[in-house]
Design a protein around this ligand. Structure first.
Ligand code: DOR
Length: 433
């Protein structure tokens, strides 16, 4: 395709500010013109809509290779595009684990012509078993910028220290761009056997819980590790008030720390588990209202840098089991913006920062993703109608799985169009790939 495309009648919001303007993008994947009254070979209507840099999700499980019945890189990328994401960072807990360069290359190849720019993280330890460091340098050469054992945290203090020191020594391979270690904070000695958050609700249900401290002790340790090594740590899916407070203090002390929160941790409570519906089972678990309020405050005051989805598809065969036997995780890609827009009392500019340009910087994807919409910039763009109401349906999603905890929920804010490298991949809410 060698046609130009005009996005007409919208309001651009990016990291430089807000203005009413049309945008023309070209087949070379760049922005050709920004201004009033623009025309091109084709056009997309954006009247009443916000035109912004595409969203970047730091945390998705795409299940390929190994669990293609739950999701593939192609179906996950399509769901991401429908959710307004132009880039996603896949987690390495596939089968086999993404813990070496050939696995990184395989995932990147599978994502090449999909509806979203699919990048991958690499495991910190071999097989995510927490015993030996994975070959991080070869994975950096293959394109990895963020490492994590997500699904579990690195339990061994000494290994975590070594990983931070090693990662810090690899930035010569990336032209000085930092390599980030991301942590799923969970002390297994405290969480083992748990199915939900430990507190009043778990006691009354008789479901074994894990205390907030299972997360907080590892946040505390890793803050200490960052202080010791100077290493850069990104905290994944923060879920407790205590964690938010510690990250706030560590940032104030100048440590190189960033953090994300998932949509479910600011929209759902541990009380949801009283239904015994495994769709509400997730790691870290849904917490209390006080925790939800603290996450919202952290998002509002900049303590938490990014909204991530932790999109975790599971087949109905796996998820429709007892609460004890079902795997943890829930879908997130196609509902994230609407939930943030509906549930957070924040200006849309702040929501876009949390979903686009701030996570893009953490993943090392800026300015190709998250960069300002300006002539010569990359044309990775989302067009959103912030006022449009719709009802969530798992069946209607592009994901191969249907485990959304928001089934039937009315939300406000819909992705109308998504443009990837100058090509429309979602038009009027319909996927084109
Ligand atoms: O709920 C979760 N599901 N938390 C994780 O850390 C892993 C994820 C998965 O892979 O299903």
């Amino acid at each position: 395709m060698s046609r130009t495309l005009a996005i007409r009648g919208g309001t651009i919001i990016d990291s430089t500010g807000t203005r009413r303007s049309d945008v023309v993008v070209g087949p070379d994947g760049s922005v050709l013109a920004v201004g009033p009254g623009l025309d091109a070979d084709d056009s997309l209507d954006a009247s009443g809509c916000v035109v912004a840099p595409g969203f970047v999700d730091l945390h998705v499980h795409l299940r390929e290779p190994g669990r293609e019945e739950a999701e593939t890189i192609e179906s996950g990328a399509r769901g991401a595009a429908l959710g307004g994401f132009t880039a996603v960072l896949a987690m390495p807990n596939t089968t086999p684990t993404v813990d070496c360069a050939p696995m990184v290359t395989e995932v990147l190849e599978l994502g090449r012509d999909t509806a979203c720019d699919v990048r991958t993280s690499g495991a910190i330890t071999v097989g995510r078993r927490g015993k030996a460091l994975a070959p991080m340098a070869e994975m950096v050469r293959a394109g990895v910028r963020l490492f994590t054992d997500d699904g579990s945290g690195v339990q061994d203090d000494r290994l975590m220290r070594t990983a931070l020191e090693y990662a810090g020594s690899l930035s010569h391979l990336t032209g000085g761009r930092p390599i980030v270690l991301a942590q799923h904070c969970e002390v297994e000695a405290l969480s083992e056997g748990s199915l939900m958050h430990e507190g009043r609700v778990s006691s009354s249900l008789g479901i074994p819980g894990q205390p907030a401290e299972a997360e907080e002790l590892m946040v505390m340790r890793d803050i200490a590790m960052s202080r010791l090594t100077g290493g850069r740590i990104h905290f994944q899916h923060l879920s407790t008030a205590g964690s938010v407070a510690m990250v706030r203090a560590a940032k104030a002390a100048g440590l190189p720390i960033t953090a994300e929160a998932t949509t479910h941790h600011f929209t759902l409570l541990d009380e949801c588990c009283a239904s015994f519906d495994p769709v509400f089972k997730v790691h870290p678990p849904l917490r209390t209202d006080a925790d939800v309020q603290a996450i919202k405050q952290g998002l509002a005051d900049g303590t938490i840098d990014a909204i991530a989805t932790d999109h975790a598809p599971h087949t109905s065969h796996d998820k429709d089991r007892t609460f004890a036997d079902a795997p943890p995780g829930m879908l997130g890609l196609e509902t994230a913006f609407a939930l943030a827009n509906t549930e957070l009392d924040l200006p849309i500019e702040d929501i876009l920062a949390l979903m686009s340009w701030r996570p893009a910087v953490i993943a090392g994807l800026d300015p190709v993703h998250g960069g300002p919409i300006a002539v010569g910039g990359a044309a990775n763009i989302v067009v959103i109608d912030p006022e449009m109401e719709w009802v969530v349906s798992g069946e209607a999603m592009a994901s191969r799985s249907t485990n959304t905890p928001y089934e039937g929920r009315k939300v406000k804010g819909k992705v109308r169009h998504t443009i990837l490298r100058g090509q429309p991949v979602v038009v009027d809410g319909d996927a084109q790939r």
